[in-house]
Design a protein around this ligand. Structure first.
Ligand code: HAM
Length: 440
């Protein structure tokens, strides 16, 4: 029985009606403790990026649609996957939820003119109208970095090393780093001509989808995972064989820099990426723990013409973005990065009605400790159940007897030190001491 005389109603017996509304297709509610795990993961990234000299940029979740057109008029991202809309302005503005952050960061660079090199990191949700499946959502979270204003290959190496180091630091061990060069405005047109005429000559051997892609964006045909396309793609000319001297030198410098840092990588000459702004270095992190079609946990590269495309001065850039949702899926498979321990240190069990718990939680929280309690005057048994579930290593029990003696009962919920009486005023100090000595 609860204090007010009503029977304790087990939650399981409540009949739950079908919800009238669900999260929109391709989106999810992330609940605790998974939400705490995500936050911890982003914190690890923020720490790594800050220690490498990157400052955080917080930019709008929507931008003028024109900003995103620079990602590539013929990419799926721009033609099919934008969440775009018109606002209520007179005249109405054509806006879109951001599908990625690189274009927005370049827009911000042009707008604020920071002193280059500008090194920024970011985190936040991105939106793409994709066909949802495991590891592919319509709203997903990326963390990333961009360096604007230098074409030094050392920046490429630094950026790639930061991504690889972060993935290793969260405990992922089965991640392959794929690297390629997509050339520059000097050599790319020559390659594109060779590739297009080759693909045209093999047109009849391509899948129907790839024939359509060939008309819009021949480079993307190389990205096809369809079996029918395999033999055509395997014999296609490769960008690496067409690199200008400058781009080849840049690529060599990146490769030897990665080697000098002991970072394992594979040259992947057919890695083209899904966005059109790339020049020279491109790379992807592929998690072997995930299904091959969805195994990119991150990717990036150089985009030396993007700032100019957005109306800014000639400004080379390089960066990457990592998908937090996919990283966590890979961590699940590899048994890495468990949720952090509960932020609660003490659960206060008050069998006098509740006002004692109010005061004790206030004292504990004021002392910088984590404390929670139950509501509704529940039975001792019910409160102890909640204490166990809360993740707090200690329970403090207070009944009429403790109130009268100015004491509390402190119970160890995890270890084997049982329970004992302590003076009420010693509570915060005692808990802190136990946390330190038990290393909880
Ligand atoms: P991206 O390859 O389009 O690159 O996305 C980077 C990562 O975001 C992917 O590797 C993947 O982990 C994650 N991701 C992408 N789409 C989804 C989705 N629908 N659901 C879940 N995760 C997804 C970019 O966005 C570039 N802005 C990266 C960059 C930065 N390049 C230069 N600087």
């Amino acid at each position: 029985m609860s204090r007010n005389g009503g029977a304790e109603r087990p939650l399981a017996s409540v009949v739950v009606a079908e919800p009238k509304f669900r999260a929109p297709k391709g989106t999810r509610d992330i609940l605790a403790p998974e939400s705490a795990r995500r936050r911890a993961l982003v914190d690890v990234f923020a720490d790594a990026a800050s220690r490498a000299g990157f400052g955080e940029v917080v930019s709008p979740m929507f931008e003028d649609m024109g900003v995103f057109r620079r990602i590539g008029e013929s990419t799926d991202l721009v033609t099919k996957e934008m969440f775009d809309f018109y606002d209520k302005g007179q005249p109405a503005r054509h806006l879109a939820l951001r599908p990625e952050l690189t274009a927005g960061i370049c827009r911000a660079f042009v707008e604020h003119r920071p002193v280059p090199p500008w090194k920024v990191w970011y985190e936040g949700p991105q939106f793409r109208y994709e066909q949802p499946q495991a590891g592919r959502y319509r709203q997903f979270v990326q963390v990333g970095v961009e360096v604007l204003g230098t074409d030094d290959p050392q920046a490429d190496i630094d950026v790639i090393a930061l991504g690889a180091g972060f993935l290793a630091s969260v405990g992922l061990s089965r991640v392959r780093l794929l690297v390629n060069s997509l050339g520059d405005p000097m050599c790319r047109p020559v390659y594109m001509e060779a590739l297009t005429s080759y693909l045209q000559s093999r047109r009849d051997d391509l899948s129907a989808q790839s024939r359509v892609t060939l008309e819009r964006n021949p480079l993307r045909v190389l990205d096809s995972k369809r079996r029918d396309d395999r033999s055509v793609i395997d014999s296609a000319p490769l960008m690496v064989d067409y690199l200008s001297d400058e781009s080849a030198e840049h690529f060599d410098a990146v490769r030897s820099g990665l080697e000098s840092l002991g970072i394992a990588f594979e040259i992947s000459p057919r890695l083209v990426r899904g966005l059109d702004y790339y020049t020279r270095t491109t790379f992807e992190f592929a998690a072997e723990a995930l299904d091959a079609s969805q195994n990119a946990v991150g990717g990036g590269g150089r985009y030396d013409g993007l700032v100019e495309d957005l109306g800014g001065p000639v400004t080379p850039g390089i960066g990457f973005a990592l998908g937090i949702d996919r990283i966590l899926l890979a961590c699940d498979v590899e048994g890495a990065f468990p949720p952090p321990r509960s932020a609660l240190d003490v659960f206060v069990v008050d069998v006098t009605g509740g006002s004692q718990a109010l005061a004790l939680c206030d004292v504990l929280r004021g002392a910088g400790l984590g404390a929670d309690r139950a509501y509704g005057g529940r039975s001792m048994k019910a409160q102890m159940k909640l204490a166990d579930r809360s993740g707090a290593p200690f329970a403090v029990i207070i009944g009429e007897e403790e109130v009268a003696s100015g004491e509390l009962t402190l119970r160890d919920l995890r270890g084997d030190s049982g329970q004992r009486r302590i003076p009420r005023r010693a509570l915060a100090g005692e808990v802190r001491h136990l946390l330190e000595t038990h290393g909880v």
